[in-house]
Design a protein. Structure first.
Length: 250
């Protein structure tokens, strides 16, 4: 289980995250939503160790990881894919994944070598297959479509064998059909792997269809949490973020 207690982060005089307390049960699928500037990405940055909180605690299976660095947090079992893909464009899909696997295993001497340690390519192909990329294993990642680059970014996080996977806007920059396909793969991955999966998303059709539960942030604070039906009907969420059908009409 992933849990945060009283999490707080300030940038100058601005509170990006203010006294946030949330829990994500083991094996759950949760969406984090809210208006731009709500603190969603900052929240992920804190959990993944990219920035250090000014207050509060982050606990993974009751172990306090609040002040651990990113590398140690990854080894603890928290993986993350980013809104802007973080891949090696001059390497193939398989090479990207083999590099991640070698780094995770501490096999630094093998990075960049022509022949990786035994079993590394097989593991890379296994991860690629889980995201539907096995057929493009030898394609340069720079030549992948935008959607497949996003899938590769998720695959890189998956190669680190996480128990908790954070996806920061996995459908950013995609059209409606591509967004649907992406989230179908994410949902299938969650079902197959039994991960605790938390994702940030702005497409409410996807959120309400995919998420088992939803957390709503607004101005750095928790505005609401509950099931999709509860969030859809919450007057506070409607006013702050969702709007009404009349307001959405042209």
């Amino acid at each position: 289980m992933l849990r945060v207690e009283g999490l707080t982060k300030r940038f100058g005089g601005v509170s990006a995250i203010s006294d946030v307390t949330l829990r994500f049960e083991t094996g759950s699928l949760t969406a984090v939503i809210g208006p731009n500037g709500a603190g969603k990405s900052t929240f992920f940055n804190l959990i993944s160790g990219a920035i250090v909180p000014d207050g509060g605690r982050i606990l993974l299976d009751e172990a306090d990881i609040t002040h651990e660095n990113r590398a140690r947090i990854v080894r603890r079992g928290i993986g993350r894919a980013f809104q802007v893909t973080s891949i090696f464009p001059t390497m193939t899909v398989a090479e990207n994944l083999m590099a991640a696997i070698c780094a995770h295993r501490g096999q630094w001497a093998w990075l960049g070598r022509r022949f990786p340690p035994p079993g590394t390519r097989a593991r890379a192909l296994e991860v690629a297959d889980q995201l539907g990329l096995a057929g493009q294993a030898d394609v340069l990642s720079a030549n992948l479509s935008h959607g497949d680059q996003k899938l590769l970014d998720i695959a890189l996080a998956l190669a680190l064998e996480p128990r908790v996977l954070l996806l920061d806007e996995p459908t950013a920059g995609m059209g409606p059909e591509e967004r649907t396909r992406m989230m179908e793969r994410v949902h299938a991955l969650w079902e197959r792997q039994g991960l605790t999966l938390v994702f940030i998303e702005h497409d409410m059709d996807i959120v309400f269809r995919i998420a088992g539960s939803i957390r709503v942030l607004c101005y750095g604070r928790v505005l609401a949490e509950g099931t999709p039906d509860e969030i859809r009907a919450d007057p506070r969420v409607i006013e702050a973020y969702l709007g009404t059908p009349a307001e959405d009409a042209p």
